[in-house]
Write a protein that binds this ligand. Sequence first.
Ligand SMILES: Cc1cc2nc3c(=O)[nH]c(=O)nc-3n(C[C@H](O)[C@H](O)[C@H](O)COP(=O)(O)OP(=O)(O)OC[C@H]3O[C@@H](n4cnc5c(N)ncnc54)[C@H](O)[C@@H]3O)c2cc1C
Length: 391
Amino acid sequence: MDFTLTPEQVELQKRAHDFAAQEIRPVAAALDREPDPMKRFPWDVLEKGSRLGLRTLALPKALGGAGCDNLTLCLVGEELAWGDMGTAVTFDQTWKISHLFDKLTNDGQKERYLKSILEDHRFHMAVGMTEETAGSDNIIPYDSPDAGVRTTAVREGDGWIANGKKRYISNGGIAKLCIVAMRTDPTKGVSQGMTYFLITPDMEGFRYGKIHEKMGQRLSLNAELIFENCRIPDENRVTEVNRAMEARRQFFPGSNIEAAATVLGTARAAYEDALTHARSRIQGGRPIIEHQAIGFMLADCFAEYEASRRLLHYAAWTVGQKGLYDPKMGFMTKCFVSESSYRIATRALEVWGGTGYMTDAPMEKYMRDVTSFLHSDGTNQVMRIRSMKFL
Ligand SMILES: Cc1cc2nc3c(=O)[nH]c(=O)nc-3n(C[C@H](O)[C@H](O)[C@H](O)COP(=O)(O)OP(=O)(O)OC[C@H]3O[C@@H](n4cnc5c(N)ncnc54)[C@H](O)[C@@H]3O)c2cc1C
């Protein structure tokens, strides 16, 4: 086993860390409190990050990106989320969809969007699946014609007419390109009746709806995607008709692992702040870190952080190794790391005592942020259900 990072990985990790320290952290806490979601969205920071090359890290070199592998994306994602989880998620979502864009779109589609993706520092992407009556049913999937995505695309002439509504979609409201799953055969379950389409905000009959208010990850946006007789040209169809689920399984293996990297970055920030506080806060005549009750909690934070990080790096490494990737490793890494991160943030808040509960301390934001990944990217119950058949 060789855990040494390549010089390129170390450089990118440092670039991301410096960026998080200098650009993300100074504004994140104040923006988090801004009530208007559009005003709190950190456009300036995201643009600066894009100019540093962070936005296009996941696009292959042949398409003009940095061609980073899953492990490198995890290293960068952890550093960005150490700065602020919402900001990291906006980048990570665009990375995840870059994988889909690379693997699923044809040459004509690439030609239409690639120039803008590369040159427009505000070009972020989204993937739309979840709906009011269809959350986990799309992901497990519960494969009945009566369950899953209800947004339909019906063939008409040389295109499709789409109707329906997505919700909770990350980067919704600002994404310039969305890959959206629609039901194209209502007589089949989602595995055999769903197709991906490319959607841009200028398309007639499509609009962004409500921006959802969230307890954490508040510097990222989640929105509704609304389709009202939206006409989609067939050239925007991404997969073979009814084959979206198959394509997602085949080409999207590292998604849960990348998600785990962002939640871990926030947990690390909480742990570090807990250490700092425990060294300087005096009670019982000495720094509280010298009381076993506090020292034990910090030692547990250390162990859970390190265990999570090793698992995450191993899982991410397997994504690029032929024949080594194991789906349950991806699902359970997201479960393990998000639940460890939740415990780390909870202990870190306790180390700060009552002060940690006050909103001018950093700890409550960490708690709110880490909670998101118990549910996002598929709930942890669903991750376990999906793992079962691979045990
Ligand atoms: C921050 C955030 C970002 C998101 N970003 C996106 C995005 O970009 N794109 C997108 O499409 N979606 C996105 N989502 C939606 C997310 O994928 C769904 O919220 C998630 O899949 C759960 O769906 P649901 O909320 O409808 O919960 P439900 O499916 O209603 O689940 C409710 C509870 O029931 C449990 N449950 C459900 N089915 C079963 C079962 N068969 N057996 C046992 N237990 C079950 C679940 O684990 C959960 O505890 C995002 C969500 C969040 C919170």
